[in-house]
Design a protein around this ligand. Sequence first.
Ligand code: ADP
Ligand code: ASP
Ligand code: MG
Length: 428
Amino acid sequence: MAEKTADRVQQEGSPREPGASPRGAGRPILVQKYGGSSVADVDRIGRVADRVVAARRAGHDVVVVVSAMGKTTDGLLALARQAASAGAAAPADPPRRELDMLLSTGERVSMALLSIAIQARGFEAISFTGSQSGILTNDRHFDARIIEVRPFRIEDELARGRIVIVAGYQGMSYRREITTLGRGGSDTTAVALAAALGAERCEIYSDVDGVYSADPRVVPDARHLPELDCAVLQEMAECGAKVVCAQAVEWARRSGVALYARSTFDAGPGARETVVRRSTAGAQASRARAVVAEGNVVLARARGGHRLDEVLRAAGELGIGFRDLSFGDGGGALVIPLLNVPDWQGARRTLAALLPSLELVEGLASVSVVGDGLAATAEPLIRFVEVLSRAGIAPRLTVAGPLRLGALVGAAEAEAAQRLLHASFVAG
Ligand code: ADP
Ligand code: ASP
Ligand code: MG
């Protein structure tokens, strides 16, 4: 039976005791998440409906989380940018609150279509938005974090024997505003719901049959990883591997939910998958597991002049996330990934006004080797530096920690860097 959910999700102020399901001795709950390419058109939604119905027939209570169809979110973002810039003298950023109102509609379309397709197959189904599903977030628009899950309506509908379809990527803040969870955030919806419902497991379906040792679109000889530790996958996701979103892996790590990454249309007996669990093993010998990259990052450098707290306060006020921060006597640096910064044009202007000696270097990508024990000796870092330098790549920043060696390189150098690092660290 189920991998036990270690920390039940907090259900503060709820009329029910945590863990007291109205389902009584119900069927085991299965949460499945289908990404954008899996629900890209009505035909594919029909194939997903067949799979959901099969899981129900096999004896599960099924909760399905869906992403927006195909590239819908990108299309909506482009529309918002057009609307913001129309009539303005220069390209302008859309307000984040309105972006969330707009982007959350993408997932509502697919949830309703999937519910209709399941009902057409003779099964009872009902669709819910994120807020109806009890996904409560902080009040940060565009990359909100889930702070609590109260899935009572879902539990009630499961108890009635229905299949529940949930719009991924969205929630409601404690100010009752609609929020979205950052790009790729439907994964987070799925794992957080799996934790709150005490689900047997969470299956993430996409266009790849699991997690590889590099993005198979970039590194042709990337290796399939049948098993992976949560901490390593979280590090991979935080540094650009978009196969599962980082906040989702963080939820899995905290709650103990077992994640299965699979391909939607390449399933069936014998199909490959990646199983992601919290590792119970002790410290591992130094071992690289994967190479990951993230395009569109900015290096912010303060060469004296600005204090760390000034820089952090400005980033916080602008709603900008960062990583790889280091500050010392002579100044400091931090890396800003732009994936979840929809208003960089304005943010850059504000940063320049507030912190005039902060240098912002654009057009960069980060490449990283992720694994266990990478900083236990100097050898892996020496090799990392040598591989890049032999290829004539001079990183703007190099970082090292137990789970990751990373470098900031020019955007045009990122693909070659991934292939060379993969050949040396994983395939070699
Ligand atoms: P979905 O829309 O279903 O959420 P995504 O596009 O977000 O799917 O994630 C799947 C994609 O992630 C794959 O098509 C693949 O190109 C990319 N990817 C990046 N890194 C990896 C990796 N290490 N392993 C597998 N896929 C990866
Ligand atoms: N539709 C959203 C995105 O494109 C969320 C997701 O796909 O998980 O980022
Ligand atoms: Mg995704």
